[in-house]
Design a protein around this ligand. Structure first.
Ligand SMILES: *Cc1c(COP(=O)(O)O)cnc(C)c1O
Ligand SMILES: [Zn+2]
Length: 492
């Protein structure tokens, strides 16, 4: 097998989506110096990639799936499509990418009368898809450090929990000269998410408010101080996150024409990346047709849905004030990447694709999350949001029962264990507007209390059989368990 590092080098440039100005990539830029618009990174040499036909690209990426070359084992399997300016020595690999696509459990598909699979992006190193973007952003940062000989780099990000976990993980792995700072909305990330940057040794700073408040602070810092911003405003993150689309296409044998993708939308970096990736695949004829694409938003944080739910002539973008959402990682009222979405949707539709946004209730998100996980899935609340989005789209007649949907479960269930526990123990805080279904309640049940255990052990000791006390307890506990379960002993 051809196991060489790719020879192709592109000519990447920051392209302002507002005024069209282009800037070289020898430094970190987040917003257009001329007009403050957001960027996408483009390879000015992209047309050269068209010299190779679709079949040949497919063959290359399929062969590369078996590589032993570390730098190409993760998201950079699709090197030529993402950031073909990075040198092999700068590329990080912490095990990101290659996440499994797991078909909806048969009983669940039947009960919901829908066909779907989840892509478990929670099986990335820091347990969310953010690792895809972070692997790319930190690889680029390493290249900058090497080129400029910097001896200190302070990275900073605002986060709903997962960006900070990923930033801190990659920062800790790279080590000197990187130092990681994360800014969190106090009380608005889960305890598991909070433990991640702390465990990685990042400086964790909190302010009162929500994500949108933190974002404004880090934007100000990035403008006035020498810090490296790691939010998805940083377009290197978008490139890395395109790998989700490439992997999904490869999984389905490069045939997505009959598929429908559902992606949760918060700051809108992920849906931007998915669209951008799919468009590149189409431009190079690697896929014969684009899948249908739906963004999903909670009714408690739905600015993108509000925009697209109006007729095209009446669309006006307005940030919203968010309310508490169980899809907390997407609880964002003023998505930084909204201009990217608007630009890419136009291109997506021009290339024959269809795009829509569905809005779902908090109740629907929680019911979908718990129900899916009760069927052997490991989806986070944002994955549940996608499933709720599919059901909503089915109810609205937008998706047929026989259409296969790919649902992005963006994080691991364990990050959102508290929401699950609130639901299963019927103790949901009222601000979310979720009423748990009592049929799904579940809680541990004590089969024997400590006092009873003491009594059994003491009785066995009194009978003079000191060594038999633990056995007496084990037998009594087994009998109590059997009674609970209605088991009858095997007849001798
Ligand atoms: C960040 C995040 C989202 C939202 O993605 P955006 O790119 O901000 O739209 C959704 N789910 C999870 C688990 C996340 O961490
Ligand atoms: Zn501009």
């Amino acid at each position: 097998m051809d196991d060489r590092f790719p020879a192709y080098r592109g000519k990447m440039e920051y392209v302002c989506l507002n005024c069209g100005e282009r800037y070289p990539i020898d430094r970190l830029l987040y917003a257009c110096p001329a007009c403050r618009g957001v960027f996408l990174l483009e390879d000015a040499g992209f047309d050269r990639l068209k010299e190779r036909d679709g079949a040949s690209w497919r063959k290359l990426f399929d062969a590369r799936a078996m590589t032993r070359r570390r730098a190409l084992r993760g998201i950079f399997r699709f090197y030529e499509l993402m950031a073909p300016v990075l040198e092999e020595e700068d590329i990080l690999f912490l095990g990101e990418g290659g996440t499994p696509v797991v078909e909806g459990a048969p009983a669940l598909r039947k009960a919901l009368n829908a066909r779907f699979s989840f892509k478990y992006d929670g099986q990335n190193p820091s347990a969310s898809f953010k690792d895809r973007g972070m692997a790319c952003a930190y690889s680029y940062l390493r290249a900058l450090v090497r080129m400029h000989g910097w001896d200190e780099v302070l990275t900073i990000c605002a986060s709903t929990g997962d960006t900070s976990a990923a930033a801190a993980l990659y920062g800790a792995y790279v080590g000197d000269p990187i130092r990681t700072v994360v800014l969190l909305p106090q009380g608005r990330v889960t305890p598991q998410q909070l433990s991640q940057p702390l465990g990685s040794g990042a400086a964790v700073l909190e302010i009162p408010g929500v994500f949108d408040d933190c974002m404004k602070v880090v934007e100000h810092l990035a403008e006035h101080y020498r810090v490296a911003l790691l939010n998805s405003k940083n377009s290197w993150r978008i490139l890395g996150q395109e790998s989700y689309a490439y992997e999904a296409a490869q999984w389905y044998g490069w045939d997505l024409g009959d598929k429908t993708f559902f992606v949760p939308v918060g700051n809108a970096g992920n849906i931007t990346a998915v669209m951008s990736g799919l468009l590149k695949l189409r431009q190079l004829d690697i896929i014969p047709a684009l899948p249908r694409l739906f963004g999903v938003q909670s009714e408690h944080a739905d600015p993108v849905w509000r925009y697209y739910s109006r007729p095209a002539s009446e669309r006006r973008y307005e940030p919203v004030t968010v309310r508490p959402s169980v899809a907390q990682a997407a609880m964002i009222g003023n998505p930084v990447s909204f201009p990217r979405v608007r630009a890419l949707v136009e291109r997506y539709e021009a290339a024959g694709g269809s795009f829509g946004v569905v809005q779902v209730s908090e109740q629907a998100i929680m019911d979908a999350t718990i129900t899916a996980n009760r069927h052997g899935h490991i989806i986070c609340t944002q994955g549940g949001e996608c499933l709720a989005g599919l059901l909503q789209a089915r109810a609205d007649g937008l998706v047929r029962a026989d259409e296969e949907a790919l649902l992005d479960s963006t994080a691991h269930i364990l990050k959102f264990a508290d929401f699950q526990n609130h639901y299963l123990t019927q103790t949901f805080p009222s601000e979310y507007g979720v009423t748990p279904n009592p049929d799904l309640a579940n809680a541990p049940r004590l089969v024997m209390d400590a006092a009873e255990k003491e009594r059994i052990m003491a009785r066995a000791k009194m009978a003079g059989a000191n060594n038999d006390a633990p056995r007496a307890f084990a037998e009594a506990a087994a009998a109590a368990v059997a009674k609970r379960l209605g088991l009858s002993p095997l007849s001798a």
